[in-house]
Design a protein around this ligand. Structure first.
Ligand code: SAH
Length: 447
């Protein structure tokens, strides 16, 4: 690794954390600062030194936690402090990743950088859905296209539908799910047969992967009916017919499932052997004692030599007694909140939401790191109830948790999907509370 390089623009790959390059992994291990996106598998952050700064820049289509200019500026700023900076981007940094713009700023500032390619989502979708993008019997070319069609300002860079319609090559559309009807219409209008096979591969290379097989004529309707969720790529061309024979990944995940069937609920977490299961407990309700019960479990687990980790959502309070106690026990406790959550219309609410999302990304990294036996997500239910986190996104992370792992969730108003997922749910009911009698919060009792 070059000593003068300050910034590494690294492709994280499409989803499976094993698909990052060896060089990309080394860069993460060396980094002083990591800036990462929403589409990067958070498990990759397990390679980053605990001393390094991790900055979630939460970029996905149409929603930027940090505007692009600020990301560019942050790269220059951190590199200027003499730090080794890794800018980790989903897939390949130069495929619909605005990687070019980010290093352009660096080039202008004279900061030495390197680009480490990654497996782009379209290639991963082909590989993991058993659809070779080129094949001697079908086609000799493949084209990567943005499906983000309606917002192009520059007409000259608009999609060349006549060229795409005329050819026979495989087409791979990124960011195309919401525009799938336009994509299919334009391709048919410009010469592709209405019965051209196509595949919509969502969450490629992850346990959530689904492949929907359709034709240009019926894909929009199928996508709506099946409720396909992003991220997804759309593969168009005769090579899609090979999926039926060559699919290996989904068949292995759910032997009984065929493509285009809705994903079986919690399939990855319902193995036969109960002792190897992920165990999920929830402490909810309006009474006092939810976090306290969770800390009790931490104590028990430490006593058995188990590796415990605690992430606190919403909280940001250095004075709580548990911080010092847990430190003595060697249990890392990380506060991911910003304190008292204002109403959604308050200007600071968005910052609280970003903090909660960052916390969820940290939780996901911890869950998949393989380094823990018990993970407590304190106040995660309350974060969902206050709209800081999407319940289904939390469920989605927890459902994939590798066994055997115990997860403890606390907070008021646990939502139905979380309750449904959990094995044990206790509701703590207030009978009376000292606070109502004017007794203030006390050390060792409330904090
Ligand atoms: N630089 C990235 C692409 C970023 S654009 C890359 O090379 O892969 C974001 C788009 O990538 C999404 O809208 C979706 O079309 C695609 N994508 C990213 N991850 C994906 C995944 N795991 N499965 C399917 N599509 C994915």
């Amino acid at each position: 690794m070059n000593k003068t390089t300050r910034v590494y623009l690294v492709g994280a790959g499409p989803g499976d954390s094993g698909l990052i390059t060896v060089k990309g992994k080394r860069c993460l291990q060396r980094a002083d600062v990591v800036l990462y996106d929403r589409l990067c598998n958070p498990a990759l952050l397990g390679d980053v030194s605990p001393a390094a700064e991790q900055i979630y820049v939460g970029k996905n289509m149409g929603h930027h936690a940090l505007p692009q200019e600020q990301i560019n500026a942050l790269l220059v700023e951190k590199a200027g402090e003499g730090k080794v900076v890794v800018r980790l981007k989903g897939g390949d940094p130069f495929v619909f990743g605005r990687g070019g713009e980010e290093i352009d700023t660096l080039a202008e500032a004279g900061i030495p950088f390197e680009v480490v390619p990654g497996v782009t989502a379209g290639f991963a979708a082909g590989a993991y859905a058993g659809i070779p993008l080129t094949h001697r019997d079908f086609t000799t070319s493949v084209t990567l296209v943005t499906g983000h069609v309606n917002t192009r300002k520059n007409a000259q860079r608009d999609i060349d539908w006549p060229a795409l319609g005329r050819g026979h090559g495989t087409l791979v559309f990124y960011m195309g799910l919401t525009n799938i009807a336009t994509i299919c219409d334009e391709l048919i209008r410009h010469g592709r047969a209405a019965d051209t096979p196509m595949a919509v591969v969502s969450h490629a290379s992850t346990p959530q992967q689904r492949t929907l097989i359709a034709t240009l004529a019926d894909a929009p309707q199928q996508v709506a009916q099946q409720g396909v969720t992003s991220p997804a790529v759309i593969l168009v061309g005769d090579v899609v017919t090979l999926h039926e024979r060559l699919d290996w990944f989904q068949r292995r995940l759910t032997p009984e499932a065929t493509s285009a069937q809705p994903q079986p609920k919690a399939s990855a977490t319902t193995p036969q052997d109960d002792s190897a299961r992920t165990n999920i407990l929830i402490f909810t309700g309006n009474g006092k004692g939810k976090s306290t019960a969770a800390f009790g479990m931490a104590l028990r687990a430490v006593g058995h030599g188990q590796r415990v980790r605690i992430l606190q959502f919403m909280k940001n309070d250095p004075d709580v007694g548990e911080l010092a106690a847990l430190e003595r026990l060697g249990v890392p406790l990380e506060q991911c909140g910003l304190g008292f959550v204002p109403k959604p219309e308050h200007p600071l609410y968005a910052a609280h939401r970003d903090a909660a999302e960052h916390g969820l990304a940290r939780a996901e990294a911890a869950i998949f790191s393989g380094n823990h036996d018990l993970i407590i997500l304190d106040e995660v239910c309350g974060s969902v109830a206050r709209g800081l986190l999407d319940e289904h996104k939390v469920v989605d992370v927890l459902r994939r948790a590798p066994a055997p792992l115990t997860l403890v969730l606390t907070g008021r108003h646990a939502g139905p999907a979380l309750i449904d997922l959990a094995d044990t749910v206790s509701e703590i009911q207030p009978v009376k509370h000292a606070f109502e009698q004017g007794i203030p919060a006390r050390k060792g009792v409330e904090f």
